[in-house]
Design a protein around this ligand. Structure first.
Ligand SMILES: [Zn+2]
Length: 246
């Protein structure tokens, strides 16, 4: 997707946009796949940026990449740094081999342990992305497909408490919100985050094509309202309450 296309798609819908490119240091199978020239990124995006067009990055965390990840976040004047988990135990969640020879319970626990380890490290980010990323790719269907608090209540609580202590909003990622089972599975997670003291969420369309910019924003707002989370965005790394939401 071209920057201008993404920005144009947002403008057409009358919404603001934070552009985020992927940065995943030491990505398994292809360590260079999600590394790019950030100076060039700024040089190309800056002329297009405005109050409605902000510049961000999505940093894929792994337990051994904290120092590199922090360096990247701090070396450039991002508006927004979104932290995500695309890999656990040095394996890509996108690949089916990631799940081979392990039970669903082991995978859930490994994911939560890695996320918790990352959040206990010295890092620099603004919000935690797509908690349900794993549900897109793992081999489980039906009732087994969604993450459930009861899979690992203590680990979920630890993850949420770390985010809350660090004042980090949780992202509502709209990618899977066309699936009623996904929405039903996500709501208890967001509600628990709220119950433990979390107040804010960010909204991410996870668009990789211009057609997906702003997708299912209404569903995300409904989910935020149900979980009693206030949608925010970041400008110059400072949290801003989203206004003009309808
Ligand atoms: Zn991601």
């Amino acid at each position: 997707m071209k920057f201008a296309d993404a920005i144009g798609a947002a403008a057409e819908q009358g919404i603001g946009i934070t552009v985020t490119e992927h940065w995943d240091y030491d990505y398994p199978t292809n360590p260079e796949a999600f590394i790019f020239d950030i100076d060039e990124y700024f040089a190309r995006l800056r002329p297009l940026s405005s109050d409605e067009v902000l510049i961000g990055i999505e940093i894929g965390m792994q337990t051994h990449t904290a120092a590199e990840d922090k360096k990247v976040a701090q070396a450039h004047p991002f508006d927004y740094v979104l932290a995500s988990i695309h890999c656990i135990g040095g394996r890509d969640l996108y690949e089916q081999t990631c799940y081979k020879g392990r039970t669903r319970q082991q995978i859930v626990e490994e994911f939560l342990h890695d996320a918790i380890t990352c959040l206990e490290q010295e890092r620099d980010f603004d919000a935690f992305a797509h908690i349900d990323y794993i549900c897109r790719y793992w081999p489980y269907k039906g009732a087994e497909r969604e993450l459930r608090l009861q899979d690992a209540p203590e680990l979920f609580d630890k993850l949420f408490l770390l985010l809350i202590e660090q004042n980090k909003p949780i992202e509502i990622n709209t990618r899977r919100l066309d699936d009623a089972a996904a929405v039903a599975g996500l709501l208890p997670l967001y509600k628990r985050y709220r119950e433990l003291g979390g107040k804010y969420c960010t909204l991410g369309s996870d668009a990789h094509y211009k057609e997906h910019v702003g997708r299912r924003l209404q569903e995300a707002l409904a989910l935020a309202a149900q979980a009693e989370l206030t949608p925010v965005y970041f400008k110059a790394r400072r949290m801003q309450i989203m206004e003009g939401l309808k």
